[in-house]
Each structure stands twice: as C-alpha cells, then as structure tokens.
Write a protein that binds this ligand. Structure first.
Ligand code: GLN
Length: 273
C-alpha cells in the first residue's frame, strides 16, 4: 500500500468519529507508523506491509481522544520539533507569543537572564535559547515528570538551558525576564474542556484554582516583593487579562496586554522599574 492510501483510510475513520483536522492528523499518524519523512509521504512512497496493525492501534487510541502529539511523541513549536509526553502539557501555538515578547525584551536587554516558569516540556526556554544563543536561560517547573520531558528536549536541541525543580519561583534567586505559562484554567471548568485535554493532559499544568489566577497572583507577589524582574509576562485565558492587569497594578507595576494572532488578549506584561 502507498502512503497516501493508508492515510486516506485513517482520515476516513477519524472523520467518521468527528475528529477535527482529520487530514493533518491522518498524515501525522501514518508518517509515525511508517517512519516516512514528510517528503517521502508527499512522494507517496509505499509503506511496509505491517503498518496497518500499528495504524489500527493508533487510530483506536485517537478515537478514545488521546491527543495525537502523545501518540507520535512529537509536536512542533516555534519551528522546533519537540518531544512531548503525558507528563507535560502539549505546547500550544498561541504560547509562541510569550517567546516573541521575551525575544523583544532581550533586544533591549541582551544580557538579561530569562526564566521560563512552568516550563512543561521546555518549549519556551528552548525556543529562546535557540533564537538567542548567548542568553542565560533557566527553565523551572514543579513537576518532575515535566522536567523529565524538558530534559529530553534540551538534549535534543543541544541548548544550554538550566532545569530547576521548584514551586513557582521558590528555587530561583534572580531572573530579569520571566515568561510564565502557568496553569490558568479555573478549576470548575476543567470538566468542560475537550476530552483530549481533560482526560490526558496533566491537571497540575491546567488547574489555576477557583478563578484560574491563583498562581499568577502568587508569582506577581513574589516579583513585587523579592525578584523585581525587568519584565514578567503571563499567558492568560479568555477574559482573564484585565484581572491580571488589575492585580499587577495593585502591586505597583506598570502593566500591558499583548494580543495573539487571532486577536485575543493572550499575554499580560508587568514591570516595576
Ligand atoms: N491553553 C491551555 C488550554 O487550552 C491552558 C494552558 C494553561 O493553563 N497554561 O487548555
């Protein structure tokens, strides 16, 4: 069987189950099962006889709503191929905005130390270290499982990112630019998220307490009283940006909002200097 025929069968099964982006997912699963590169896939090379069984297993897992990146073990972020696994949240495209905010600040402060707080699989830290190789980059997370995945990515991309385990910034003495994709989903709405998210991704990476902003407020307080970074930037969910701006301003910060590619208020920045 040829690659595209195999993928077409997968696509039909995914579509029948109402899985969005079925064509793209079918390609990813077929390439994963067959080991074909993207170009070999598009050249419609033949796939080995045995891959149908492997594809059936992958499709069955996908139909139980396991996220495709956990099935393939890989996800692209900011042009980098990252290892992903159930111990860490799958990086989202909108989180690239935090990378852009960090790189912009680094242009003004090239010697700044960057802290990726709540690094998960290491996406933000590795993207910064790749784009700005002279920068000192620290990546912290409370989850040992997440740091295990991050360590694989640091090795894969051969970047000098220091991994630190700790609750928020408790293990950090100094950071100039803090990029924080903390858990911000209000506890009560986790049960309403897509099954892929609520059943497979780590709760510790999602649950932000009653209004979702418990950890954001805690980090703002730590920034105001101790860390005094030149910039802290938070990714936030829908409708949260204004609340984070208010919380930052109540602590004496100058705060701003950055919009993502679809126009949502996605990142809140705060500075004290
Ligand atoms: N953006 C994630 C979601 O869609 C939430 C990530 C987070 O809480 N930091 O579920």
């Amino acid at each position: 069987m040829k690659a595209r025929e195999a993928a077409a069968q997968v696509r039909a099964e995914l579509e029948a189950a109402g899985i969005p982006d079925a064509a793209m997912e079918a390609e990813l699963l077929t390439r994963h099962a067959s080991g074909l590169s993207r170009s070999a896939f598009f050249a419609d090379e033949p796939v080995a006889e045995g891959i149908r069984d492997e594809l059936d297993t992958l499709v069955a897992r996908r139909l139980r709503r396991e996220p495709t990146p956990y099935l393939t073990g890989l996800r692209e972020f900011h042009g980098l191929e990252l290892v992903v696994g159930p111990g860490a949240l799958i990086p989202r495209p909108e989180t690239e905005l935090l990378v852009e905010v960090g790189l912009r600040e680094l242009e003004r402060a090239p010697n700044a130390t960057v802290l990726d707080l709540g690094t998960g699989c290491g996406a933000i830290a590795i993207a910064i270290a790749t784009a700005a190789p002279e920068t000192r980059v620290i990546a912290a997370d409370v989850s040992a499982d997440a740091l295990g995945v991050a360590a694989l990515n640091v090795k894969r991309h051969a970047v000098p990112v220091s991994l630190v385990r700790g609750d928020l910034a408790s293990a950090i003495r100094r950071a100039d630019i803090i990029l924080a994709n903390l858990p911000y989903v209000p506890e009560g709405i986790i049960e309403t998220l897509q099954p892929e998210v609520q059943h497979y991704e780590p709760r510790v990476a999602l649950n932000g307490g009653e209004d979702g902003l418990d950890l954001v407020r805690a980090l703002l307080t730590d920034c105001e009283s101790r860390l005094r970074p030149r910039l802290v930037a938070f990714e936030v969910g829908m409708g949260q940006a204004r609340h984070v701006v208010e919380a930052a301003e109540a602590l004496g910060a100058k705060a701003g909002i950055e919009h993502d590619l679809v126009g949502w208020e996605r990142v809140v920045t705060a500075r004290w200097a």
